[in-house]
Design a protein around this ligand. Sequence first.
Ligand code: HEM
Length: 463
Amino acid sequence: LRRPRYPPLPPGPPADPFIGHLRIAPTSDFGISFYNMGKTYGNLMHLNIFGRITVVVNSVRVAAELMEKRRSSSKYNDRALLRVFRIMGWTENLAFIPYGRTFQRHRRMFKEAFNKKASLNHRPVQLFEARVLAKNLMKEPDNWAKLLTRFSTAVILRIVHGHHVVSEYDPLVKLAEEEGWALTQLGSVGANLLDVFPFLQYMPSWFPGTHYAQFAREHYPKVREMYELPLRDVLERMAQGTAAESVMASQLSALHREGDRVGYTVEDIKGVAATSYIAGAETTASTLFSFMLAMVLHPECQLRAQAELDRVVGTNRLPEFDDRPSLPYLECLLQETFRWNHPLPTGVPHRVTADDVYDGMFIPEGSIIIPNIRGMTWDESLYADPFTFDPTRFLPMPEGRNEPFSGATWGFGRRVCPGRHLADASLWIAIAMLLSTVQISKAVDEDGNEIMPEVAFITSFTR
Ligand code: HEM
């Protein structure tokens, strides 16, 4: 028998026998490393580690063609098995659920809770929490980082659990923030040694490469508590008749009313709630941190946005969602924040469920696809001077360059972020509120001189 002839894999660096690209595969700041490799190997390139193929996509056009536009795009809806998250207890988590019936069930639940129309119902909570953020920031400006994190947590907890955050000692907030942090300590998604060498999870903790498994095991009880605590809390309040409106309460009521016909279980409800927090709070907070940094580094952008707010909103009231279409520069500011420093630089990896050929290149079944958002947002064919924070790039000519908003912000295909309408609205109202109420500037030393902040990031799952 003759073996069928396959087209070549996408380009990649020279590889060693057996171990493939192990010696040259990046070990940190993957987004930037993949971007740099893409300069040599192109928008679609591959790495092979012990026979496991990882395909890196550095262009929005190629990612959209692969995962959205072609007939064979449905082959790209699966997720890699990310072992370390499972060990940690994140089992009912849509972001890690393989393509199949459970995926469809969770996806539908997310859609019902957070689609464009449903997200409009969440606006009063977002507006309220944005005002709380501005008020607290005026009282405690030094506490800005904590307050931004608290805003992101409070919006999700209130919408999903009906839980009103009033104190920083709140057990649910503490648990959620701790486990949100723990998730960022697991290295880059899909690149963990545990996924290449599953046997590492069974090795003793002194064995090289087992660090992440050990860390994940230590967090297991608390992660599981993240599934249980909100449910107990909501059920208790429902029994007392004091439960606020929330995604969880309405799903539980539907289950109670309709039983099996509703198509999901209590386990699913717990999963959607815990996932909403873990996928939504850190990403939102991270984007707000980048926004603050951009404002500190580019005071001219802040002044321009504030002038626009003064013109449109005036000085007698605070901004509201209805103002959004009248604030084009503010829109550009938000979009440039996403482009300049996206909170998920390498997105969430997809997995290919059947052999595919794209543009004469072979993508074998089981390949991991990394949509390198970092590379996509620095794409020089779309963005002139891509490293510079410049919101005017999106404005029409001659003032701007008419460059497109990033098509990578929310990911691709059937896995596109289901929380995007919620996240987008939270971020918009938060930055509109901040720019209307406070001045963001560099700290000053004892002599009144401005302190230039060190621009440094921690990059793992999120940035
Ligand atoms: C700034 C905020 C956010 C950004 C930039 C963001 C971005 C993303 C990206 C890039 C993906 C990967 C999509 C893909 O695989 O191609 C994703 C997935 C996901 N996001 Fe978001 N997200 C944000 C906020 C949220 C919020 C608020 C929620 C929930 C309420 C959420 C829930 C999810 C879930 C559940 C997934 C996994 C979807 C799946 O695997 O089918 N995200 N997000």
